[in-house]
Ligand binder design. Structure first.
Ligand SMILES: [Mn+2]
Length: 308
């Protein structure tokens, strides 16, 4: 992989559509490394309205939304499926990821499904190559670790996660700013949406399944952004007895976005895959067309019932 980088002149770093701190953090850390190598680099993401909480990431202001035709190498970060790139990529592509469902669409695929975040895959690669991690890179790598481990609460959190956090802390990652941005700061709109979501939350199958249906009206009434919904979903998994949490949201494009969370031995990735989606065992998502919230919710509750 690093030989490929050495011979490339113009490299595009791709964060997935609706990027999170892991995807954009990994791309940001690589951006710093490539700038040091004096490469021409573009930080690319198809989504134009990127979650503003991610503004603390180094090079956030360098994000571009048009894929440069003249690039001779592309690298994707945290994109399990080719369609998550949001664009066609004609040049050679290096695919760096940690999703079990990764489609291996790259010319080179560096997939470590034991890693808690894509930034952990990249952290290991940097270490193997003795690449020095400066404070900017440390913050970007830490952000992905913190977000994908849900603040070191996810089941996959282990000694390797804390070892990486320690190394990045020593490398002067901005730990406080990452925590503030990703887990503490909240907009009024997001809090209002949460209120609406919890007021209308449904419990099914002896309260083992929690369902949130988020209409366009709720989004507009609260003024919240699509990304704000996930926080309420996460929180509802903390209820005693809840094993699976489902959220269905009407998107601006008329499609319905589904998000699933679960605990224990359950696997929501399988459920998401039934609807063309993907993710991880305990957190997965999908998007469907020509459905309505209630009917889709009933179908999913039946599917969940079979799994739990
Ligand atoms: Mn990830």
């Amino acid at each position: 992989m690093f030989e490929k980088i050495a011979t490339a002149q113009y490299i595009v770093l791709i964060a997935h559509i609706n990027p999170d701190a892991d995807s954009l953090g990994a791309a940001s850390a690589m951006y710093t490394h490539l700038m040091r190598l004096e490469k021409k680099v573009t930080l690319f993401c198809m989504t134009e309205r990127v979650d503003s909480r991610l503004q603390f990431l180094p090079w956030f202001d360098k994000l571009r939304h048009t894929f440069p035709k003249s690039a001779d190498l592309a690298m994707s970060f945290d994109c399990g499926a080719y369609k998550r790139l949001g664009t066609e990529v004609a040049c050679p592509l290096i695919n760096i990821d940690h999703h079990k469902s990764n489609e291996h669409y790259g010319e080179i695929n560096v997939i470590d499904i034991t890693a808690i975040s894509t930034t952990q895959v990249l952290f290991d690669l940097f270490n193997q190559e003795n690449i020095k991690i400066n404070p900017k890179m440390a913050t970007a790598l830490y952000a992905g670790l913190l977000d994908d481990s849900h603040g070191f609460l996810a089941p996959k959190t282990d000694a390797r996660s804390f070892k990486m956090a320690e190394t990045l802390s020593r490398a002067k990652a901005d730990i406080y700013e990452s925590a503030e941005a990703l887990f503490h700061k909240n907009s009024l709109a997001a809090l209002r949406l949460k209120g609406l979501m919890f007021a209308q939350m449904q419990l099914h199958l002896d309260a083992r399944v929690v369902v949130h249906l988020v209409s366009r009206e709720m989004m507009e009434k609260s003024g919240a952004r699509e990304v704000d919904c996930e926080a309420a979903l996460e929180e509802s998994t903390g209820l005693p007895h809840v094993e699976v949490a489902l959220m269905l949201r009407e998107n601006r494009n008329g499609k319905i976005k589904g998000s699933l969370r679960c605990s224990g031995a359950h696997d929501v990735e399988k459920l998401a895959a039934l609807h063309g989606g993907g993710g991880h065992q305990h957190a997965a998502g999908f998007e469907v067309e020509n459905e309505n919230l209630e009917a889709l919710s009933e179908k999913l509750i039946t599917a969940i019932q079979k799994e739990i």
